[in-house]
Design a protein around this ligand. Structure first.
Ligand code: ARG
Length: 371
């Protein structure tokens, strides 16, 4: 077993060179990517020069450039295309991560420092749509990783289990409205699983971006979901991130949803130590989930605005919002209902990210009313 953070096995793997088979895969993948017309940020920023600089590097967890880019190589239609196999990867492969982070998070440069956490006052958020005409549901989530563990592709089976054990213990301390039950995926009845997925609570297995990133190893070991009794608060364990902490409910009461999330994260923090970097904030598997790692979203019906999808996305972009389908991030919208969320998570506090989303959504509702 090599769970211990600095066991001799980790030092050994760092000292060992990147093996020839990995280098060969890297070269093949690079040739394919560079001659493709992939829209990914990976393709945009992985120049031959940077590729040559990085291809022989290895973190102390044994992670290589192949771990970083394999998802984008296999899925040429990726928007981003890279993941961090462990917390060190963000610094060891900074020449690739930094420009991608800057591009995705609206200009957060390699010189910028992410602000200290600040949840602000949740009550300020109010209700985005008291009439209930436009906003169907509201959700705020954040990602967290446990300090001193690698991320998916470099995790051992026992590390998946160890993380689950630690977080289940922390769930046991949640109080009041946050009280609930943990459902491990291992041994879960098929009908229970199907119901949880159909109700949009549980993640599905088999996202091709995650699979190609080697994020689904040892499935379903260590994976599961915590759900409070009212089903307004949930935590995903070891899906894409060690933890995805989620607060959601029907309607547009962003204040209530956000307040619940803040309470939950604050409570979990008393028991768990989260991985955070002084410059880039909370560390997670995907570079889109750094900084405050908060994604605040609504499912909203804006039929007039969304009639022209290209224009709709343009308007969203003006407010730093991202538009997705409602059945998952790489899916289409259904019946004129879209998932609208803040896109930037770096260079602004939790509170500021929420305000950015709030102002943008309010503006889009105003435009819908006008058109
Ligand atoms: N790797 C995928 C892509 O590049 C997803 C990126 C963002 N989403 C996420 N769930 N991390 O398109």
């Amino acid at each position: 077993m090599c769970d211990k953070r600095l066991c001799s096995c980790r030092k050994k793997s760092a000292a060992m060179a990147v093996d020839p088979a990995t280098l060969e895969k890297l070269e093949e993948g690079y040739d394919l990517l560079s001659t493709s017309n992939s829209p990914s940020l990976l393709k945009k920023y992985l120049t031959r020069e940077i590729f040559d600089q990085l291809k022989k590097r290895k973190t102390s967890y044994g992670s290589t450039l192949l771990h970083v880019i394999q998802s984008g190589l296999k899925n040429l239609d990726s928007g981003v295309g890279i993941y961090a196999p462990d917390p060190e990867a963000y610094t060891l492969f900074a020449e690739l991560f930094d420009p991608i982070i800057e591009d995705y998070h609206g200009g957060f440069t390699s010189k910028d420092i992410h602000p200290l956490p600040d949840w602000g006052s949740p009550a300020d958020m109010g209700n985005l749509d008291p009439s209930g005409e436009y906003v169907i549901s509201t959700r705020v989530r954040t990602g967290r990783s446990l300090a001193d563990f690698p991320f998916n592709p470099s995790m051992t089976e026992s590390q998946y289990e160890e993380i689950q054990t630690q977080v289940v213990e922390a769930f046991g301390k949640l109080e009041g409205e946050l009280k609930g039950q943990y459902y491990p995926l291992t041994g879960m009845q098929k009908d229970v699983q199907k119901k949880l997925i159909d109700d949009h609570f549980l993640f599905k297995e088999g996202d091709r971006f995650l699979q190609a990133a080697e994020a689904c190893k040892y499935w379903p070991t260590g994976r599961g979901i915590y759900l409070n009794d009212a089903k307004t608060f949930l935590v995903w364990c070891n899906e894409e991130d060690h933890l995805r902490i989620i607060s959601m409910q029907e309607g547009g009461d962003l204040g209530e949803v956000y307040e619940r999330l803040v309470r939950a994260v604050t409570s979990l923090e008393r028991k768990l130590t989260f991985s955070r970097n002084e410059r880039i904030g909370y560390l997670n598997f995907c570079p889109t989930n750094l900084g405050n790692a908060v994604r605040a979203s609504v499912h909203a019906k804006l039929p007039k605005l969304s009639a022209n999808l290209k224009k709709f996305e343009e308007i969203a972009g003006m407010y730093n919002l991202q538009v997705r389908g409602t059945r998952g991030e790489h899916e289409e919208g259904e019946g004129g209902v879209f998932d609208i969320s803040n896109k930037r998570r770096m260079g602004l506090t939790e509170y500021e990210a929420l305000i950015e989303m709030r102002n943008g959504v309010l503006e889009m509702i105003r435009l819908e009313k006008e058109s």
